[in-house]
Design a protein around this ligand. Sequence first.
Ligand SMILES: [Zn+2]
Length: 318
Amino acid sequence: MTHPPARLPRSAVIREVGLRDGLQSIATILPTAQKIEWIRAAYQAGQREIEVGSFVPARLLPQLADTAELVAFAKTLPNLFTSVLVPNLRGAENAIAAKADLMIVPLSASHAHSLANLRKTPDDVVAEVAKIRAARDASGARILIEGGVGTAFGCTLQGHVDKSEVLRLMQALLDAGADRVSIADTVGYADPGMVRDLFEDAVKIAGDRFWCGHFHDTRGLGLANVYAALEAGVNRFDACLAGIGGCPHAPGASGNVSTEDLAYMLGSMGIETGIDIDRLLALRTRVAEWLAGETLHGSLWQAGLPKTFGLPAQALSA
Ligand SMILES: [Zn+2]
C-alpha cells in the first residue's frame, strides 16, 4: 500500500447509509430478505458500520418499516456497529428497545428546512435530544446518541445558513447530551473550501466527539468535500452504495457519495478502510438488479480498479 500524505488520517471508516438515506428517497420498497442480503454482503466486504434504517412511522416511510428486524439481524454479525436514525423520543425508545449501537437524531441548521422537514425549530430538536439522553440514561442501555447537523451549508428553502449558527447548534447538541456530533451537506451546496473552513472549527469545538461527515454528490463535489474533511482531521464518512438516494424534503437533492467510489479514493491514497472493493462491486451489481429502474450513480463500477491499485509505492516508481 502507498502511504497517505502525512497530514491525512491513516485509516477511515465508511458508514453505509444506503439502506436508510438511499432507500428512503426512492420509490422501490426493497423486501426485508434483500436488505438482509445487502447487510450480510456489505459485512463480508469488510464494512463494519451500517445505518440499517429509521424508526419513523411506517405510514410516512413504508420503505423503512422493517428497521427493528434489520437491527436484530445486524446484531448477529460480530463487531458490526449498527446505527439507526430517530426523529424524536418515540423513535429513540424503539432504537433502545431494538438494541442498536447508535442512534442519529437529525437537526436542520436551516430554520425553514427544519420546520418543513421535522415540524420543529432547530432548538426544539435540541430539547428533544435532552429528553432522549434522559431516556437513554434511565434505560441503562449503552446506545450512543449522535446529533447530526444537516443543511449545514445552506438549503433549497432558506438559501444561506450561517456558519456560526451551525456551530452554535452543534455545541447545543453536545450540551444537551449528544455523545457524538456530525455535519451533513444535505442538498449538495458545499465546496471543499467551505468544508475545510467549517470542519476545522467543528473539530476544534467537539474534538473526539466529532464523528462523521455526510456529503451529497448533488453537484459532483462529494469526493472533493470528503478530501477537504480529511484535511481537517475527520475520518468517518457516510456513503450510499451506488450513490442512491437524496432527501424527500430537499427538492433537487441527489444521493450521497457512492460507497464504492469513496472506498476506491481512500484505498488509492493508502488510507485503510478494511473494505474489499471487488466484493463491494459484486454487491453493487446485485443491488442494481434489485433496484432496476431507479437512477444509480458512481464511476468505479464502469471502469473497474486500475491495475496499479494496491501496489506498494516503490513498485509504482520502479
Ligand atoms: Zn443525507
